[in-house]
Structure formats: structure tokens, C-alpha cells
Design a protein around this ligand. Structure first.
Ligand SMILES: *[C@@H]1O[C@H](CO)[C@@H](O)[C@H](O)[C@H]1NC(C)=O
Ligand SMILES: *[C@@H]1O[C@H](CO)[C@@H](O)[C@H](O)[C@H]1NC(C)=O
Ligand SMILES: *[C@@H]1O[C@H](CO)[C@@H](O)[C@H](O)[C@H]1NC(C)=O
Ligand SMILES: *[C@@H]1O[C@H](CO)[C@@H](O)[C@H](O)[C@H]1NC(C)=O
Ligand SMILES: *[C@@H]1O[C@H](CO)[C@@H](O)[C@H](O)[C@H]1NC(C)=O
Length: 345
């Protein structure tokens, strides 16, 4: 409590008193969030980034004020938030949530049931014991963040499918069958009925076997009032976006759910070439246009970070990077401009 409060106070004073040390190419009226409104424009935020800001002369109000949404990059994932059975650690999640609240961001809860970054003890459980632990996890985590921190939605199940459209053989599928998915949403609904419940995945941005399977599941769960939204991660490679992004988004909207772009980044080989930088600007605009074409049903866009400095891309896909809208020095790129122009229409 006291360290969180101290952090909030520190942050509040930093945000109100820090002068802008970097000369910007844009004026304050030109922000991602203003261009995106009434949608939110969010960023994934990690505690290593947030706690580094006092040592980082470039972490300034301008970058923070560009955004109106946040997703904890890792802090609410199972391995960190319930590392041992019924031992919950909300420290990291609370730091991201407090930062989000202090800046009037909407917060995406991310995520509750995912095979990756999963605490190892969960994978040793079987049958009803696994289900009970899952119910306890969903209930405890959602209750902690209930009706606070501008929390707007939860990704309940993340990455349920293989690329061929079959269910991913994670511990829940293996032990409980495909019903684990709707059952998890039913638990989440019972904990916090008004909250938007999302299903989130990658390689579902275009029309293919995986997005067909996701759509069928969404239609089935929507009919039971179990799901409200679909998150399209959008971790893209420059020049390789699906050509039917807009058409695919539209068929999910037609299923009666809202959609969001949840983890956008567009990577390229390093060092970046001029041609790739130009293509990246076009690609970001393509994603924005696919969202705005859905009208109010596309409720927001989140990039997977603010600056390349803290992006997951270079360590995950070695040799690539330059994937976000701000470079290592928080300088906005061509893609930043094209994003704003596209959002404005
Ligand atoms: C903290 O910020 C500095 C200065 O921008 C940067 O060089 C460093 O890599 C950052 N540290 C971490 C842990 O990200
Ligand atoms: C809880 O999480 C925080 C932040 O990730 C970490 O620094 C701390 O060591 C954790 N506490 C325990 C008791 O594991
Ligand atoms: C699961 O929880 C239910 C309800 O609390 C309980 O009756 C049951 O014994 C539990 N099952 C296991 C395997 O612990
Ligand atoms: C897509 O699914 C069909 C069966 O529904 C299968 O024949 C085909 O091989 C799948 N394609 C890919 C790329 O997995
Ligand atoms: C973005 O647009 C501004 C205003 O038109 C311009 O000054 C700036 O050079 C552009 N930045 C890039 C990287 O294209």
C-alpha cells in the first residue's frame, strides 16, 4: 500500500512538473488519442519500463499524453500474479493499473487463461482440481481489479487455437476438453457482469482456418451472452499484412461483438531501410483504416509498447525491430504521422 502510494505521488509530481526535454515534431493537439477518439489509443506497459522512467530522461509527459489506454505487458499473466497455488502477487499489476489510472487511461485486463507464461504448478493439475484452480484464479484476479483502475475489459482466454483451426492442446483442453473456453467466460461473467469479456489471438487478423474457428466459437458464445469482444493482436511484419483485414474484422462485427486491435507492432529487419520505413507507415494506416471502417464497433487500438526501447520484438525475433510508433529516443516515426492521418479519416 505505502509503496504503491509513494509511486503514485512520485508519478503525479513527475507528470505535472517535468519539462519536455525533447523537441517534438508534433504539437499537443496532434495526439494519437485525439485522432483516435472516441476510440482509445493504448500501449502495453511493463513495470521495467515504468520503473525506469526516473533514470530515463526521455520518458516524458509528451509520450504519456499521446495515449488513452494501457495493457499490462506481463504483470497480470498467471505466472506472475499467482506463481504458487492461491498465493497471489498483485504488485506488478497494481503498478501498471495505478499508472493507467493516474493518466486517465482505460485499462485492458490481460489475461486470465493462457498456456504461455503460465505458472508451472497449474500444468501438474488434472480434471476437477485443475478446473477448481482455474475458477479460483479467475475469481480472485477479477475481484481484485473489479470496478477500479478504469478497468474496461478482460482477455479471458488467450490464444485458444492452432493455426489450422484446431484447439491448442494446452492443459485445459487436454484435461477438460473444449468446453473449458465457454466455461471460463461463464465464471468471468459471474464475477463481473458489466465488464467486457474478450477473446484474444494472433494470426486471426485475416480470413483463414484459424479465424474461421475463432469466429465459430465467438458466434456460439455470443449466443449464450458469454463474450463481448474479439482482440486481434496484429503483431505484423512490414509489407506482409493480410489483404483481407477489413473484410475479416467485418465478419466478426457482424457476429454482434465489438473488436479491438490489441497488440499492434510492425517489425522489420534491422537496420531499417528507407523502403521499409515508408511501407511501415502505409501498413499502420492500413490497420487504422480496417478499424475505422467498422465504425463504433472497433473500440480501440493498442500498440505493444510506446517506444522501441522496451519492445519485445528484438529479443523475440532477433535481427528485427523498429516495430512501434516511437523510436528508441521517443521520436515519432513516419508511421506515427500516417496513423494520425488515417485515424482522422
Ligand atoms: C532505462 O533507460 C535507459 C535510458 O533510456 C536505457 O538505456 C535502459 O536500457 C533502460 N533500462 C531498462 C531496464 O530497460
Ligand atoms: C511480487 O511481484 C513483484 C513484482 O513483479 C516482485 O518484485 C516480488 O518479488 C514479488 N513478491 C513475491 C513475494 O514473490
Ligand atoms: C472442486 O470444488 C468443489 C466446490 O467447491 C468441491 O466440491 C470439490 O471437491 C473440488 N474438487 C476437487 C478435486 O478438489
Ligand atoms: C484448413 O482446414 C481444412 C479442413 O477444414 C484443411 O483441409 C486444410 O488443410 C486447412 N488448411 C491449413 C492451411 O491448415
Ligand atoms: C510528421 O508530420 C509533421 C507535421 O506535418 C512533420 O513536420 C514531420 O516531419 C513528419 N514526421 C515524419 C517522421 O515524417
Amino acid at each position: 500500500m505505502s509503496s504503491l502510494l509513494a509511486f503514485s505521488l512520485l508519478l503525479g509530481s513527475a507528470l505535472s512538473t517535468w519539462a519536455n526535454p525533447v523537441s517534438r515534431q508534433v504539437s499537443y493537439s496532434e495526439t494519437l488519442k485525439a485522432a483516435a477518439a472516441p476510440r482509445y489509443f493504448g500501449a502495453a506497459l511493463g513495470v521495467p519500463h515504468l520503473l525506469n522512467f526516473t533514470h530515463d530522461p526521455l520518458f516524458d509527459t509528451d509520450a504519456v499524453l499521446q495515449f488513452s489506454g494501457a495493457t499490462p505487458e506481463n504483470e497480470m499473466k498467471w505466472a506472475y500474479i499467482e506463481p504458487e497455488r492461491n498465493v497471489f502477487n498483485f504488485t506488478g499489476g497494481d503498478i501498471v493499473a495505478a499508472f493507467s489510472e493516474a493518466n486517465n487511461y482505460v485499462l485492458r485486463g490481460h489475461n486470465l487463461v493462457w498456456y504461455n507464461e503460465l505458472a508451472p504448478w497449474v500444468e501438474t493439475l488434472t480434471g476437477e482440481d485443475l478446473w477448481n484452480a482455474t475458477v479460483n484464479h479467475i475469481t480472485t484476479v477479477m475481484t481484485h481489479y473489479k470496478e477500479s483502475f478504469n478497468l474496461y475489459c478482460w482477455d479471458v482466454v488467450n490464444e485458444a487455437f492452432n493455426d489450422d483451426g484446431t484447439y491448442r492442446e494446452n492443459v485445459w483442453y487436454t484435461q477438460l476438453g473444449s468446453d473449458y473456453v465457454p466455461n471460463a467466460y461463464a465464471v468471468a461473467r459471474s464475477v463481473n457482469a458489466p465488464l467486457k469479456l474478450y477473446i484474444n489471438d494472433y494470426n486471426t487478423e485475416g480470413i483463414n482456418n484459424k479465424s474461421d474457428a475463432l469466429l465459430a466459437l465467438v458466434q456460439s458464445m455470443k449466443a449464450q451472452d458469454l463474450v463481448d469482444g474479439v482482440g486481434f493482436q496484429c503483431h505484423f511484419i512490414v509489407g506482409e499484412l493480410p489483404t483481407d483485414l477489413e473484410e475479416n474484422f467485418a465478419r466478426f462485427v457482424a457476429a454482434g461483438v465489438e473488436i479491438a486491435v490489441t497488440e499492434l507492432d510492425i517489425r522489420m529487419n534491422l537496420p531499417p531501410s528507407e523502403a521499409d520505413i515508408v511501407q511501415q507507415a502505409k501498413d499502420y494506416a492500413t490497420v487504422m483504416n480496417a478499424c475505422t471502417a467498422q465504425g463504433a464497433a472497433c473500440v480501440g487500438v493498442t500498440t505493444w509498447g510506446i517506444t522501441d526501447l522496451y519492445s519485445w520484438v528484438p529479443s523475440t525475433f532477433p535481427g528485427t525491430g523498429y516495430a512501434l510508433l516511437f523510436d528508441d529516443n521517443y521520436v515519432p516515426k513516419s508511421a506515427y504521422n500516417s496513423t494520425i492521418y488515417a485515424l482522422r479519416g
